[in-house]
Design a protein around this ligand. Structure first.
Ligand code: UD1
Ligand code: CA
Length: 457
């Protein structure tokens, strides 16, 4: 029976923030949410988050997630003391498979494959996740005996000069048999340089009790990097973005520059997708075969069908685009925009909660909101759907093959019939019949004998 304890009570003073540290985002998601996702992949029986500083805000942020239990640690007397607070919530079964895994809310990227490896390495005993660092300063050191077995962990501040030379460090993550861990936690003390109850002391107690301690290692160096400052947060963000970029490249996506790529959510790509520099992908984005995304586009919760090109500086959110369409440059598709196959949406065109049918075009400077536009419709430059009367939103319907002249206002609710033409500058307040020219424009006149006023001397 697997319990996972996530330590998240620390202050995070160096972040210099009012937001509790574990709520700071990495790739658009709170650090603690990354840890929870990786924890859940191990299918634990229970997840306990130890909260302290900013406890209410942390609880609030995850209040909709029923599989989490919270334990309060206040005040904070060290990592061992933190795990003690979770002890009453630990579940136990028949003994043999009972294990508790300790993770950290500010070490967001440890991958479930690494954690699986740690649980396997345990072999019924205890396992710690360790790694060798060129500069181990500040970390707890892994002390091994002459048989190369782990015997204890010594914190940097408590270590001798000889121990400071050890470059194998404790990442903090460990797995231990639950009943034993409970017992060891009652036996640790705070007689050390920091006056804290160290979780790391359970390693020595384990060896003392004849329970072997194994070491496992992370798959990548960045997995165990913690965030204590904005600098470390920024560095880890870049490491993770590079990793995400690498995964996409391996799947056959072309990235103009993997160092200028940001994914804050999930991105699914078909074959031969091209993504130019400076794009941001948020939420759940799908790009089908052959999609090209130009530089500096933002796509959030969007589905783009095959062969479509999104040109530079376009912004797409909660929208769908069909096959072989052309969007942008400088286009904005807002929630509920559904762009048909082969349609064109050009510069400074904003579309909200509207359908633009197959092969239809709105190429320049338009606002289309709450509209149903059929196929092969031409929406002229400067066209506006007046969808809002100040209180309610109303629908504009434009049937297939209609031609909307430039600078037209469609005062909704209003309908333009199939194949109808609206003259430029029309303010349409009543339905326009199919197949006919409708125009609302005062007669043009020329004033004979008119002269320009002249400046008084
Ligand atoms: C800890 C380890 C050290 C390891 C290092 C890796 C101990 C005694 N030392 O040291 O061996 O090399 O991590 O980064 O465990 N926390 C609480 N409550 C507390 C204290 C800490 O929840 O009372 C949480 C913090 O929020 C943080 C984590 O535990 O997420 C680690 O605490 P921190 O003070 O950073 O431990 P280190 O001294 O760095
Ligand atoms: Ca730390």
């Amino acid at each position: 029976m697997l319990n996972i304890v996530i330590l998240a009570a620390g202050l995070g003073k160096r972040m210099q923030s009012n937001l509790p540290k574990v709520l700071h985002p990495l790739a658009g998601k709170p650090m603690l949410a990354h840890v929870l996702d990786n924890a859940r992949a191990l299918d634990p029986k229970r997840i306990i988050v130890v909260v302290g500083h900013g406890a209410d805000r942390v609880k609030q942020a995850f209040s909709d997630q029923a599989d989490i239990e919270f334990a309060l640690q206040s005040p904070q007397h060290g990592t061992g003391h933190a795990v003690q607070q979770a002890v009453p919530a630990l579940l136990e079964g028949d003994g043999a498979d009972d294990v508790t895994l300790v993770l950290y809310g500010d070490v967001p990227l440890v991958q479930s494959a690494t954690l699986q490896g740690l649980l396997q390495a345990r072999a019924g005993g205890m396992a710690v996740l360790t790694e060798k660092l060129a500069d181990p300063t500040g970390y707890g050191r892994i002390v091994r005996n002459e048989h190369n077995q782990v015997v204890r962990i010594v914190e940097h501040k408590d270590a001798t000069e000889q121990e400071h030379a050890i470059n194998e460090v404790n990442t903090g993550i460990l797995a231990a048999p639950t009943a034993k861990l409970k017992d060891w936690l009652t036996r640790i003390d705070n007689n050390n340089a920091q006056g804290e109850y160290y979780l790391t002391d359970v390693v020595g107690l384990s060896v003392h009790d004849g329970v072997p301690v194994h070491a496992a290692h992370p798959g990548h160096g960045w997995e165990t990097l913690g965030v204590n400052s904005r600098v470390q947060q920024a560095q880890l963000e870049r490491s993770w973005q590079q990793e995400q970029a690498r995964r996409l490249l391996e799947q056959g996506v072309t990235l103009a520059d993997p160092a200028r790529f940001d994914l804050r959510g999930s991105l699914t790509c078909g074959r031969d997708v091209f993504i130019d520099v400076g794009c941001v992908f948020e939420g759940k984005v799908e790009l089908a075969d052959g999609v090209r995304v130009g530089p500096h586009c933002v796509l959030k919760d969007a589905v783009i069908a095959s062969g479509t090109h999104i040109e530079a500086f376009s912004h797409i959110q909660d929208a769908q685009v069909g096959d072989d369409a052309r969007i942008g440059p400088y286009a904005r598709l807002r929630p509920g925009a559904q762009i048909g196959a082969q349609a064109h949406v050009g510069n400074f065109v904003e579309i909200k909660k509207s359908v633009l049918g197959q092969g239809s075009k709105a190429n320049h400077l338009a606002y289309i909101g709450d509209a149903q536009i059929g196929a092969r419709v031409n929406v002229g430059a400067g066209t506006i759907t007046c969808n809002y009367d100040g209180v309610n939103k109303w629908l504009t319907v434009i049937e297939d093959d209609a031609f909307i002249g430039s600078d037209t206002q469609l005062v909704a609710p209003v309908r333009v019939g199939q194949g109808a033409t609206l003259g430029a500058g029309t303010t349409l307040t009543r339905d326009a019949p199919a197949g006919k020219l409708t125009i609302s424009r005062p007669q043009q006149k020329t004033i004979e004998g008119w002269t320009r006023p002249v400046k008084k001397s």
